[in-house]
Design a protein around this ligand. Structure first.
Ligand SMILES: [Zn+2]
Length: 175
């Protein structure tokens, strides 16, 4: 069981969203992607940028499977945008235009990022019991490279995350 934050590479097929209470986006800073809150009457992020209005940013928890194993991955705004092909702002505006009452309800368009098999670089965060995605590749060469490394190296480890686990390669830069 790993106790410290560790950067790893893995391969997984994105199976389904882990729908929590917080919805599919959060209110982000207009200048960076950190979340914002009202401080001293102004909308500020942790870096103290001031936004006139919040920008919706994706934060999606996805269950990824690799055959035998599965785990929760957290995908952040820019990677979700790449996989979905629309910004969270665009997605939210479309829901508003369509007269959707509950904006926290997962819109159908998010499904564009599911069923893909990706080579993913992640940080294992024991504190949150999850894998936070740093970057991904979805080309055949990158997938093959990771799969070959799993086959040929003894560096593969299975990290037990509560009741779920996934094969990870703890190499800093592979993809
Ligand atoms: Zn900011």
């Amino acid at each position: 069981m790993l106790k410290q934050e560790t950067t790893c590479v893995t391969i997984a097929k994105l199976e389904k969203f882990e729908v929590g209470n917080s919805g599919w986006y959060y209110d982000g800073c207009a200048e960076c992607t950190k979340s914002v809150a009202v401080k001293d009457g102004k909308l500020k992020c942790y870096a103290n940028h001031i936004s006139s209005e919040p920008v919706p940013r994706y934060k999606l928890e996805v269950l990824g499977v690799d055959g035998k194993f599965k785990s929760r991955f957290v995908f952040w705004d820019s990677d979700c945008f790449k996989l979905i092909g629309k910004s969270a702002l665009q997605m939210k505006n479309e829901l508003v235009e369509a007269g959707e009452d509950n904006l926290l309800e997962f819109p159908f368009g998010l499904d564009a990022m599911l069923k893909k098999e990706l080579a993913i670089r992640v940080v294992f965060q024991p504190k949150f019991n999850r894998l936070s995605v740093i970057s991904f590749k979805d080309d055949e060469d990158s997938r093959k490279k990771v799969k070959d490394t799993f086959k040929s190296h003894e560096v593969c480890i299975n990290i037990l995350l509560a009741n779920v686990s996934i094969s990870l390669i703890c190499i800093l830069i592979l993809i």
